[in-house]
Design a protein around this ligand. Structure first.
Ligand SMILES: Cc1ncc(COP(=O)(O)O)c(C=O)c1O
Length: 474
């Protein structure tokens, strides 16, 4: 017997709601839309909708409440389906974006010991204080409902100028633009000085987000070596000419992943070079406040007299990555950056900008940073001790003076993606070197984050990675 068109319709409606219930769009206890509204939406009579709802009821997915409607009920059979997912292996011959997509998929597994992300552990962040400030802000006369000014909340810009004092006394709040994290600051700066098809220099190794950003803006990248000992001004100048570079994009302090920091002399030379060649330097200083030394490292921006340095930073590594508050000092390109912000974002998020401004205003930032730096330094030393103890002798380890990652060179021929895949079998996530370059240079490197507090689990996980490595080498 063939199903009548009406039967098809009620089945379709029932299937649609069943899928939404399985996906938790309608959670246990929530009410399904009224029979009348569904009948209007599907263009069927109410009887057809009732039939669909009876069908869901017969499967134990919903229950009718007299004079109220249909509600999703708890159903044990739904549970396994909604929780089963699987980790994936990174493609060993894949490109950086394929590897990254798999890594992000695997990040959803909370039981892993995660050394793969360069973001601060929750325990390092002042979550309670921020929560309190958000509550106070919501209750205040300015609860962050209106658009903040295009350039960013004045309170926040004033506070940012204040916290810059350790590296520059000349930061003017009127020259600051707030953004959605450091990544938006970088995007706006690139927008302001490039066109699709242009070429930009990026250091190598570099944060994988740079390659995604450049490719989304349809920009070409040239990798340059600005590592401490390899820094060569003349070579850099030739590259700028040869590729008609439209910008240089560099992390000048505690580069992610290799921890490299340019010396003050190198920074000065770099500013002279970009000023002479009239090519903007986009300086990413997102890790600059997380130093383990006695003093904060300098910035290129502090030597910039003619506005060729576009400085970018955020509170994602030090306060609240989820608030998405960042900022830039675009120098001579201020108007263009503001214009691009208007056309892409209209404004920042008032509530989080106000909350961060309040946090800074209360003078808590310095104290918080001091505590965070000490904790990170201790964690780094403990991780380093375990890496030296458990990993084969043939490896080379970076010695970052800040930030939260170490960069490890494995013996030639050891494939970091293979190591990644072996490590997930033991519940450990690492970051393979392949994602930090677009020319696949770092296949025998890994990056490990030490943002997570050191404990027994961490030590066991490091021991496991070490023993896999011993097996791979022998
Ligand atoms: C060098 C670098 N720049 C920018 C970002 C992104 O920062 P945000 O989360 O503030 O956008 C990261 C994040 O890991 C990073 O390592």
């Amino acid at each position: 017997m063939r199903a009548s068109p009406t039967q098809h319709k009620y089945n379709q409606i029932a299937d649609h709601f069943e899928r939404l219930i399985h996906k938790n769009v309608f959670k246990v206890g929530s009410k399904l839309p009224s029979v009348r509204s569904v009948s209007v939406k599907y263009g069927v009579n109410p009887g057809t909708v009732f039939q669909a709802y009876y069908s869901l009821e017969s499967k134990g997915l919903v229950e009718a409440k007299p004079k109220s409607g249909y509600y999703v009920r708890f159903n044990r059979r739904r549970l396994p389906e909604s929780t089963i997912t699987h980790t994936r292996e990174v493609p060993e011959a894949g490109n950086a974006s394929e590897i990254l997509a798999t890594m992000f998929h695997n990040l959803s597994f909370k039981d892993f010991v995660n050394f793969s992300t360069a973001s601060p552990d929750m325990n390092l962040l002042p979550a309670l204080k921020l929560k309190k400030i958000i509550h106070q802000t919501l209750k205040s006369g300015n609860p962050g409902i209106e658009y903040p000014p295009l350039q960013g909340s004045p309170d926040l810009r004033n506070q940012i100028a204040r916290i810059c004092v350790p590296w520059s006394k000349d930061v003017d709040p009127d020259h600051i633009v707030t953004t959605s994290g450091c990544i938006e600051a970088l995007r706006l700066c690139l927008n302001a000085v490039t066109q699709p098809g242009d070429t930009v220099a990026v250091q190598h190794p570099a944060y994988f987000g740079f390659f995604q950003l450049l490719s989304s803006l349809r920009l070409n990248a040239v990798e340059v070596n600005v590592n401490d000992k390899d820094f060569n001004e003349e070579q850099l100048m030739n590259i700028v000419k040869k590729f008609s570079l439209k910008a240089l994009l560099l992390v000048t302090n505690f580069n992610n992943p290799d921890g490299n920091t340019l010396t003050t002399a190198q920074k000065k030379k770099l500013v002279q070079l970009v000023t002479k060649m009239q090519v903007p330097l986009i300086e990413d200083d997102v890790y600059g406040d997380l130093y383990f030394t006695a003093r904060r490292p300098s910035t290129c921006k502090s030597f910039d007299k003619e506005g060729w340095v576009m400085y970018c930073n955020s509170f994602s590594k030090t306060l609240a990555p989820g608030y998405r508050v960042g900022w830039c000092l675009p120098g001579r390109f201020l108007d263009q950056v503001i214009q691009f912000k208007l056309s892409t974002a209209i404004s920042g998020v008032a509530l989080t900008e106000l909350a961060i401004a309040k946090f800074l205003e209360n003078g808590r930032y310095d104290y918080h940073l001091q505590k965070m730096r000490t904790a990170l330094n201790v964690q780094y030393l403990r991780y380093l001790r375990d890496i030296i103890e458990y990993f084969p002798e043939k490896i080379r380890i970076s010695r970052p003076a800040g930030g939260f990652v170490v960069w490890i060179q494995l013996p030639e021929g050891v494939d970091a993606c293979k190591l990644y895949n072996r490590a997930i079998e033991f519940g450990v996530l690492i970051a393979p070197g392949q994602i930090f370059s677009f020319s696949n240079r770092f296949s025998n490197f890994i990056r490990l984050s030490f943002a997570k507090a050191h404990n027994e689990n961490v030590a066991t996980a490091l021991r496991r990675v070490g023993s896999i490595l011993h097996q791979m080498i022998n």
